[in-house]
Design a protein around this ligand. Structure first.
Ligand SMILES: Cc1cc2nc3c(=O)[nH]c(=O)nc-3n(C[C@H](O)[C@H](O)[C@H](O)COP(=O)(O)OP(=O)(O)OC[C@H]3O[C@@H](n4cnc5c(N)ncnc54)[C@H](O)[C@@H]3O)c2cc1C
Length: 447
């Protein structure tokens, strides 16, 4: 597997259990030779079977007989499609079969399989009943990767839409024809088309910068020799993993949707391929834990963990930068700093609100979760744009040469983010402050 010759899957989901893995039923019977026999059915398994590699190795969550109920009784097993010989070559077929292939909205190149295990031979990975912790070693990395899938689709959606908007001729600019030599102006002249392009661009650049910050922390967590740096990086990664997963995939889908809109009817039909971005982007908001569950992880686990210590590296970075830039002279930068101060204030107040109300009533924390995650993500992106703008101004002042256009565009994209996107932070705060009342008031029978 490490050399890439055999591929792998992760088999968690069953028909009756997705988010709530405590309900899972696949069982594992211990054998005299130390191996196990696994029996059960999994669904929705990505790349569950194919002939691209000689073997497919399934990492399967199952219950050993007499295990405690719920997630505390789940163990992790390695179950190959073909049992390997002692020399590592592929041997006999194991008791693993494909019961069906899911028919999906997108992601057509991956066979998403229903898989049956019938007395399949497997081996325990890690300790008995500690399968969730073992699986989460992989899941945490996967969540960041899925976030980056959202970013990837965001970027290609943006690039495609820009190319189209420069070519497609419709209508005339409101400020007078820009291309009188042509039958009409390219649609990139229209403010509403600009709104879509700038939104996609700001999402892509903002998420890429925040993603880089997290990637550097992941490296520091793994490789730093300084225990303090390592700890801070670990705390930051823990906090940001659900944010990267949910925010990047939400915005990736929004960007794909905007790309379809930029193309008009030509986006909705298949010819140009942009409708595929929207279909493919949708799953990233669901798998590896739905985005709603990421938000619950943020408010329910990551915030309260270690008495709120996970927040410190992030909050310190933002407040240090705001302090550093408090006296900036430039008018545009001053406005960026002001916007960030307001949004950071909204995040701090929201954090306090959730800590107070959520302690007394967990439903209050649940009701705030999705808005809070978005708010934290927007502040994270705002921090990155503010820092990038500061650097861009400094580079321009010292003479940026061939990179002048790049730095100017960075400042203008940041400007769009601060004018048009970051103000949403205030709305998030107001929604959080309103609490669970309006969500929970309607009687179930009235739905
Ligand atoms: C294309 C595809 C590929 C996949 N690949 C894999 C794979 O390789 N391996 C694998 O094991 N699984 C895989 N999955 C499964 C995926 O991880 C699950 O679909 C996902 O975790 C959600 O589970 P569910 O579909 O059962 O939804 P449910 O758990 O039934 O959730 C339904 C809704 O209720 C919400 N919800 C559920 N519980 C709570 C709660 N406690 N609080 C608040 N809201 C809640 C959810 O957010 C969601 O909106 C894949 C799914 C798809 C569609």
């Amino acid at each position: 597997m490490a050399s890439g010759e055999w591929s792998g899957t992760m088999c968690l989901t069953e028909s009756h259990c997705g988010t709530d893995l405590g309900l899972l039923r696949t069982k594992a019977d211990p054998q005299a030779d130390g191996s196990f026999k696994l029996t059960g059915s999994k669904i929705f398994i990505s790349a569950g079977d194919h002939d691209l590699t000689d073997n497919v190795v399934h990492l399967v969550l199952a219950r050993i007989a007499d295990a405690p109920a719920g997630v505390k009784g789940i163990s992790l097993f390695l179950v190959p499609k073909f049992l390997p010989h002692d020399d590592g070559s592929v041997g006999a077929r194991n008791g693993v079969s494909v019961a069906g292939i899911e028919h999906k909205m997108g992601l057509k190149a991956s066979a998403t399989c229903q898989i049956n295990f019938d007395d399949a031979t497997g081996w325990l990975v890690g300790q008995p009943h500690k399968g969730m912790a073992a699986m989460f070693t992989m899941m945490n990395t996967e969540r960041v990767s899925v976030g980056v899938q959202g970013l990837g689709i965001n970027e290609i959606a943006y690039q495609s839409a820009v190319a189209y908007a420069k070519e497609r001729l419709q209508g005339r600019s409101l400020s007078g024809a820009k291309r009188p030599d042509l039958a009409a102006d390219p649609i990139i002249v229209h403010p509403d088309v600009r709104r879509m392009l700038m939104t996609m661009r700001a999402y892509a650049e903002g998420c890429r910068a925040l993603g880089q910050w997290c990637a550097r922390a992941l490296d520091a967590e793994k490789h730093s020799d300084d225990p303090e740096v390592k700890q801070r990086a670990t705390d930051f990664v823990a906090l940001m993993t659900p944010v990267v997963k949910a925010l990047f995939t939400d915005l990736g889908f929004d960007a794909a949707n905007l790309a379809v809109q930029t193309y008009g009817g030509h986006g909705y039909i298949r010819e140009h391929g942009v409708e595929q971005f929207a279909r493919d982007a949708r799953i990233a908001m669901i798998y590896e834990g739905t985005n709603g569950v990421q938000a619950l992880d943020l408010v329910g686990r990551k915030l309260p963990a270690n008495m709120g210590r996970n927040l410190r590296p992030f909050f310190h970075a933002v407040s240090n930068l705001l302090e550093e830039m408090a006296g900036v002279e430039d008018k545009a930068l001053k406005a960026y700093v002001g916007g960030m101060q307001q949004a950071f204030g909204a995040l701090q107040l929201s954090t306090a609100t959730i800590a107070q109300k959520g302690m007394k009533d967990p439903e209050e924390a649940g009701a705030a979760a999705t808005d809070y995650l978005r708010l934290m993500g927007l502040v994270g992106i705002g921090y990155c744009f503010l820092k990038a703008s500061k650097i861009a101004y400094a580079k321009l002042a010292e003479g940026a040469g061939d990179d002048e256009g790049f730095y100017k565009a960075k400042i203008l994209t940041a400007g769009f983010f601060f004018d048009r996107i970051l103000p949403q932070a205030t709305a998030m705060f107001l929604a959080i402050k309103s609490g669970k009342r309006s969500l929970m008031a309607l009687d179930e029978a009235a739905f």
